[in-house]
Write a protein that binds this ligand. Sequence first.
Ligand SMILES: Cc1cc2nc3c(=O)[nH]c(=O)nc-3n(C[C@H](O)[C@H](O)[C@H](O)COP(=O)(O)O)c2cc1C
Length: 192
Amino acid sequence: MTEPITEAMPPWRPLLRAAMQREGRSVAGRWVQLATTGLDGSPRVRTLVFRSWAGANQLDLFSDQRSEKVKELANNGASELCWLFPKARQQYRLRGKVELITAGEQPELCQECWHKLSDTGRAVWGWPTPADPLDPAAAFPERLSETAKLPEHFVVLRMRVKAVERLNLGPHPHQRTRWSAETYWRQQQLNP
Ligand SMILES: Cc1cc2nc3c(=O)[nH]c(=O)nc-3n(C[C@H](O)[C@H](O)[C@H](O)COP(=O)(O)O)c2cc1C
């Protein structure tokens, strides 16, 4: 979870952090839209909570290994995140590859992530398989304490960011900026 010192901080990170800070205590400032390609080739998108940075160019999301998105990411992990900061009036699009990290592979990391969650946050991993037909008799706990066993289907989605595009609606004209790991994060201004 700690930032490796070998990777330099890319120039878009402080900008994104400043936009995030403008959101203050709003929980929505940590909501991101994760887009993937469905198994039938058509687009899929859903909201996830940004959990933390895991290095200069990597970020962590948590999910359920039984969910559709995980099956979609299991192939090559290609995905895009859209992150809206309404107060800063900025949109960030982060493109990259998602690595799936399970407790079987990295037990300590997953355990640490599991402990960081609130009791109510943890509860959803105690629910039946996502998207299965609802069984009215099934149990849906409201809370899971930190002493609850780490579920096998808990998974960390670690995105390695390869390209970033920011749209800033603050100034006139709007600013559109692109950075790519391929060009060592050299900043490129584009027409908005
Ligand atoms: C505000 C909000 C936050 C969410 N956070 C997460 C999350 O952190 N992880 C997650 O797996 N699903 C989260 N969800 C649920 C997903 O949006 C989605 O419904 C679920 O993961 C199933 O997606 P899938 O069928 O595409 O795999 C969140 C939903 C909302 C509305």
